[in-house]
Write a new protein. Structure first.
Length: 314
């Protein structure tokens, strides 16, 4: 099957790009991962997306994006991309995408694969993953009703999830490697006012312990060197993200952290490949900025495809 545009990634960035390309009359195919869902759908309540004064659930918001894209004819499929390769077609290059042992071609690609939560890489983390070591409070928080919970991190995600977990947990301990939070002011104020949350400052986790499930974490104060064991039943980790870009690495330029480098028009170092959302190098990773990226990537892709077809409006 040949398409004008293939979009890889089904989060807000990819769905917005699909909306723009399909409304422009381009034959658009979107491949969403069934192994790595969009981080947006795990958000319990999104308060900073314009137009929703009371907030909106992440899953509900993303489903709305998808429904809107389908309305304009976007074709969807779920699977994992195995290979992307370049080939020549007449006087310009095009792209072959292989996923789930099926091959598709397109004049243009939009990469919107987002990012996954970063791991601590400490002893016990991998062994106890899913047995008390967790990365999504919305998914697993209800399992820890009346339990002692630890949250690792100090940014927006960590503080939002800590606040959410107070609905279930007996206590929530937030461990942060610095002496102040990085989260926005309104979240900090809510966290400091919540009597269920206590803070362990200037500390890093050195080990997660337990036989068949989490029993405690060991932390070290980076200023004093003092170690402390904190008993707990669950550890929720929010210490940053890692971009899902390994599969595209040979074709486009990445920064030292694996994020795709683009210009202001979302163009990558390869003609015909665009990137948007959390997988690209940028200053702010939020749903609203992902949508902005997606709109630009969709429009830039439209211009590129029309130029290759000799249909560009001049």
């Amino acid at each position: 099957m040949h398409y004008d545009v293939i979009i890889i990634g089904g989060g807000p960035a990819g769905l917005t790009a699909a909306l723009y390309t399909s409304r422009a009359g381009l034959k658009t195919f979107l491949i969403e991962s069934y192994c790595i869902p969009s981080q947006a759908i795990t958000a319990d309540c999104i308060e900073n997306y314009p137009g929703f004064p009371e907030g909106i659930g992440g899953f509900e918001l993303v489903e709305g994006f998808k429904k809107q894209a389908k309305r304009f004819g976007v074709e969807f499929s779920a699977g994992e991309v195995n290979k992307i390769s370049e080939y020549k077609r007449e006087h310009h290059r095009e792209w072959s995408v292989v996923y789930e042992d099926k091959s598709y071609t397109a004049a243009s690609l939009i990469i919107a694969t987002g990012a996954v939560y970063k791991k601590l890489d400490v002893p016990g983390e991998e062994r106890l993953r899913g047995k008390g070591v967790l990365y999504c409070a919305t998914c697993d928080g209800a399992l820890y009703k009346d339990k002692d919970i630890v949250v690792i991190g100090g940014g927006n995600s960590a503080v939002e999830e800590a606040l959410f977990l107070t609905r279930f947990g007996k206590s929530v301990t937030l461990v942060h490697r610095r002496d102040r939070l990085r989260a926005v002011k309104v979240l900090q104020e809510r966290a400091f006012a919540n009597k269920k949350i206590r803070f362990v400052w200037n500390s890093v986790v050195t080990e997660i312990s337990g036989e068949n499930k989490v029993r405690a974490i060991k932390v070290e104060n980076i200023k004093t060197g003092k170690e402390e064991s904190i008993p707990c039943d669950g550890v929720f980790i929010f210490v940053g993200n890692v971009p899902n870009t390994e599969f595209i690495k040979p074709l486009v330029r990445l920064d030292e952290n694996g994020y795709i480098i683009t210009d202001e028009n979302m163009r990558t170092s390869s003609d015909g490949i665009f990137a948007c959302g959390d997988c690209r190098k940028k200053i702010l990773r939020q749903i609203v900025t992902a949508c902005g990226d997606g709109a630009i990537a969709g429009f830039s892709s439209q211009q590129y495809v029309e130029e290759t077809k000799g249909e560009a409006y001049k």
